[in-house]
Design a protein around this ligand. Structure first.
Ligand code: GLN
Length: 556
């Protein structure tokens, strides 16, 4: 029964909960499975939210290195969270907040602060009930007001860091009515040498779940191929679930296909029945099929876009890759990305030869900046569509100052503290910042768009909004000089430059914010759609930008 031993517990919150745990090994695509279930429930008319639990001790992902951990994902409220939250936003098409990501660090920090301020009235503060109550309270608060809350427990069952979360989950199982609580366990079915799908790791992993006092209601089997009948029955028998509750989740080419694959397995229907909400779902004919239509639409064109970065790992730029895919879906175009290491670009831009467009994404630190500046120059001079994201925006401004205004030593003070022309400079509010976690200019801010600009053609309305994560910005002292020629800051707010564009070019655009964080399959980012459109038809933007056009062959 509920523990009311701490001031945290409020049993009136929350409604239907689907927990997702993982076994056998990490990296199984548990997050995609959970997010895909969310999409199926949304398609059936339910309002779904999600919680990602990261059992690590970091309070948030803000200080984590992209080399090791992939990109730091930023939410509207400025929270720096695990990149998996990006999948939930993209699949559910919702905006999340810091509360949707729970880490061990966050929970302990909160409980210890409460202990210090005397809130526990002299009691001994313990993992059970104080930490577990704090975890349950956080989950219930997120769930409040939504039909279903999906909670993914990061890591693998049995990991020492995950224990308090699984104990909280066990308590949930006893506190909630059986049709308000479901546990889905995602495991791996490897092939034996003889080509058989083996269930033993799954059996062991379910045994581990049971030893904590939990019983999975659904088993999702990740396997290279579709689960065969025999292993499916074996899992049902050994793990005590009906065969309908064993869901096959084979490898697919593209993550956005997973909801369809799981739908075909009856995953959504089974969950709705178990939660007692099947009668409230839209009839199958009336479901929202926009997702499926987008994913299955034929790609009639294909383009190649260079991503000029330095963190040589796909996950470090996950949202950028995804945003390109979304733009591709919008335009029925398959977008290939060519990974280009910024340090490989010197005076020679050979690694960029033949690309249809260039993206310089966000980044920190000096390494590779020279190559990024060179890439922006190459794009500007050769009419290659260019999109600069945060650092890529700053780089475009530096390049223009150096090569067009002739301020050859112009730079950002991030990379050259003593530059005589600090066109990009630290923001005043960052002068005294010493602590690196969560201290940048973070989260969503609005910019006013200049009329008759490229930005004006991309965004509907006279403002645009995007999520920020930076310390440096355009130095206001240089704005007049920078804007005297072909360069325009077409979006700004309170004298902060948010958008940059270069006239007489098919598409040269930069954003101080990160539009990739707001891009979704069902609502792609206008900046990315603009880039891909420009790569498809370089003359499409000529009317707006005054670009007269060059034969494509010259431009490359
Ligand atoms: N390093 C730059 C800054 O802090 C850009 C940051 C980014 O690209 N996210 O302003």
């Amino acid at each position: 029964m509920p523990t009311e031993s701490s001031p945290e517990y409020d049993e009136t919150l929350g409604d239907k909960f689907v927990f997702v745990t993982g076994g056998v090994m990490s990296g199984l695509g548990k997050g995609i499975t959970a997010a895909s279930l969310g999409r199926l429930l949304e398609n059936a008319g339910f309002d779904v939210t999600a919680v990602k639990i990261d059992p690590y001790l970091n309070v948030d992902a803000g200080t984590m290195n992209p080399f090791q951990h992939g990109e730091v994902y930023v939410l509207d409220d400025g929270a720096e969270v695990d990149l998996d939250l990006g999948n939930y936003e993209r699949f559910l098409d919702v905006e999340m907040t810091a509360a949707n990501n729970i880490t061990t660090g966050k929970v302990y920090q909160d409980v210890i602060e409460k202990e210090r301020s005397g809130e526990y009235l002299g009691k001994t503060v313990q993992i059970i009930p104080h930490i577990t109550d704090n975890i349950k309270k956080r989950i219930r608060e997120v769930a409040e007001g939504h039909d279903v809350c999906i909670i993914e427990v990061g890591g693998t069952v049995g990991d020492i860091e995950g224990m308090p979360f699984l104990e909280a989950l066990r308590q949930f199982q006893t506190e909630e009515a059986s049709d308000d609580f479901l546990l889905t366990h995602v495991t791996l079915l490897p092939y034996s040498e003889a080509g058989e799908q083996k269930t033993k790791p799954t059996q062991h992993s379910v045994k581990e779940v049971r030893s904590i006092g939990l019983q999975p209601d659904i088993i999702v089997g990740r396997c290279e191929d579709q689960l065969e009948e025999k292993p499916r029955e074996k899992i049902a028998l050994f793990c005590d679930v009906p065969t309908d509750a064993v869901i096959s989740n084979p490898d697919v080419d593209e993550i956005y296909e997973v909801p369809e694959v799981l739908e075909a397995e009856g995953f959504g229907e089974y969950v709705m029945e178990q939660l007692g909400i099947a009668d409230d779902a839209y009839p199958e004919d009336d479901r929202d099929y926009r997702w499926r239509d987008r994913v299955t639409a034929e790609r009639t064109d294909s383009v190649e876009i260079a991503l000029v970065g330095k963190y040589g790992m796909d996950d470090a730029y996950m949202s950028v890759y995804e945003a390109l895919r979304h733009a591709g879906m919008e335009l029925n175009t398959s977008v290939e990305t060519r990974w280009v290491h910024a340090e490989d670009i010197t005076d020679s831009v050979q690694s960029l030869t033949g690309v249809d467009g260039i993206i310089v994404p966000g980044g920190f630190g000096e390494r590779g900046v020279g190559g990024k500046i060179r890439a922006a120059q190459y794009a500007r001079e050769n009419d290659v569509p260019y999109l600069g994201l945060c650092l890529g925006f700053q780089v475009a401004v530096i390049e223009y100052a150096q090569n067009v205004l002739g301020l050859t030593a112009a730079h950002s003070t991030e990379f050259d503290e003593d530059t005589p022309h600090p066109v990009i400079d630290i923001m005043p509010e960052q002068y005294d910042v010493e602590n690196l976690g969560g201290t940048m200019r973070l989260g969503a801010y609005t910019a006013a768009i200049e009329s008759d600009s490229l930005a004006d053609t991309l965004y509907t309305g006279d403002t645009c909004e995007g999520r920020h994560r930076h310390r440096f910005e355009v130095n206001p002292d240089y704005i007049d000089r920078l804007e005297a020629g072909q360069l325009t800051f077409s979006g700004e707010m309170n004298n902060r430059m948010e958008l940059v564009e270069y006239a007489k070019h098919p598409f040269f655009f930069g954003t101080q914010f990160h539009p990739e964080y707001n891009s979704r399959p069902l609502s792609p980012s206008p900046a990315f759609v603009g880039l891909v459109t420009a790569t498809l038809d370089r003359s499409a933007y000529a009317t707006t930008t005054g670009w007269e056009g060059k034969p494509a062959a010259d431009a490359r």
